[in-house]
Design a protein around this ligand. Structure first.
Ligand code: IYR
Length: 222
C-alpha cells in the first residue's frame, strides 16, 4: 500500500462575497454565449492555444486520479479527409437506416444531416478517447474507475476552455466511432468518446434557434 502524502492547499484563493457574486455572474454570462457551431472557417489557430485548452482539460478530477483520457489533435488535411469519409459513411447509415424516427424528430430542430464538411474545413479535430483500462509498461492491465464520468468532465472543461479562448467547437459523435482507433492508431483499451471540432466560425455561420431550460427546470434547492 502506498502511504498518502498531503500538502497545504496553497492554490486556494478566497474572494469577498461581492466579488464572488460578480465572478459567478461573469462566467455565467460568458458561458451562456457559447454555441455549438457547424459552420467553420479554415483559418489556422496557433497550436499553443490548443495545448493550453488541453492542459485545462487534463486538470479535471477523475476516478482515483487515474486520468483515463487521451486526446489526439488532428490538423493534417489527409487525416481529416479520411475521418470525414469514414464519419460520413456512418452518418449516411444513421440518417438513412439506423436512426429511429423518434431520434430523427429530436434532431429536426438542429437541422443536421449526413454531410460533415466541417471535418475537413476546421483547423483542428480533437479526438477524445476514454481508456477503459490502463496498461502498465510490462503489459499488465490496471482497472480505471468512473471512466465516462471522468472523461465527460474533462471534455466539458475542454469545451469551456476553447470557448474562453475565443474559439468555437462542435461536439461530434459519429456512431459507431471505431474507425477513429484505426485511423489514429490508438490501442484497444481506448474507446472513442467524441470528436471535438475546433476553430473559428465562418463569417456567415448560422446556428439553430434553440433555448436552454430555465433554472427552475434544471435545479431545485431543498
Ligand atoms: N451523429 C449525428 C446525429 C446527431 C446526434 C445527436 I444526439 C446530436 O445532438 C446531433 C447529431 C450527427 O452528427 O449528425
Amino acid at each position: 500500500m502506498i502511504e498518502p502524502k498531503f500538502n497545504p492547499l496553497a492554490s486556494y484563493q478566497e474572494y469577498p462575497q461581492k466579488e464572488m457574486l460578480q465572478r459567478s455572474l461573469a462566467l455565467r454570462k460568458e458561458m451562456q454565449k457559447r454555441r455549438t457551431v457547424r459552420d467553420f472557417s479554415d483559418r489556422t489557430v496557433p497550436r499553443e492555444i490548443i495545448e493550453n485548452c488541453l492542459q485545462t482539460a487534463g486538470s479535471a478530477p477523475s476516478g482515483a486520479n487515474l486520468q483515463p483520457w487521451y486526446f489526439v489533435v488532428v490538423s493534417d488535411s489527409a487525416v481529416k479527409q479520411r475521418i470525414r469519409e469514414e464519419a460520413e459513411k456512418e452518418e449516411h447509415e444513421f440518417y438513412q437506416n439506423r436512426a429511429p424516427q423518434e431520434w430523427l424528430d429530436a434532431l429536426a430542430p438542429l437541422g443536421t444531416d449526413e454531410q460533415k464538411p466541417f471535418l475537413q474545413t476546421a483547423p483542428y479535430l480533437i479526438a477524445v478517447f476514454a481508456q477503459s483500462y490502463g496498461v502498465l509498461p510490462d503489459g499488465r492491465k490496471v482497472k480505471n474507475y468512473y471512466v465516462s464520468e471522468s472523461v465527460g468532465i474533462a471534455t466539458g472543461m475542454l469545451i469551456t476552455a476553447v470557448h474562453h479562448a475565443g474559439l468555437v467547437s462542435l461536439t461530434h459523435t459519429p456512431s459507431p466511432m471505431g474507425f477513429l482507433n484505426k485511423i489514429l492508431k490508438r490501442p484497444s483499451n481506448e474507446r472513442p468518446f467524441l470528436l471535438l471540432v475546433v476553430g473559428y466560425p465562418s463569417e456567415d455561420a448560422m446556428v439553430p434557434e434553440i433555448t436552454k431550460k430555465a433554472i427552475g427546470e434544471i435545479a431545485s434547492f431543498i
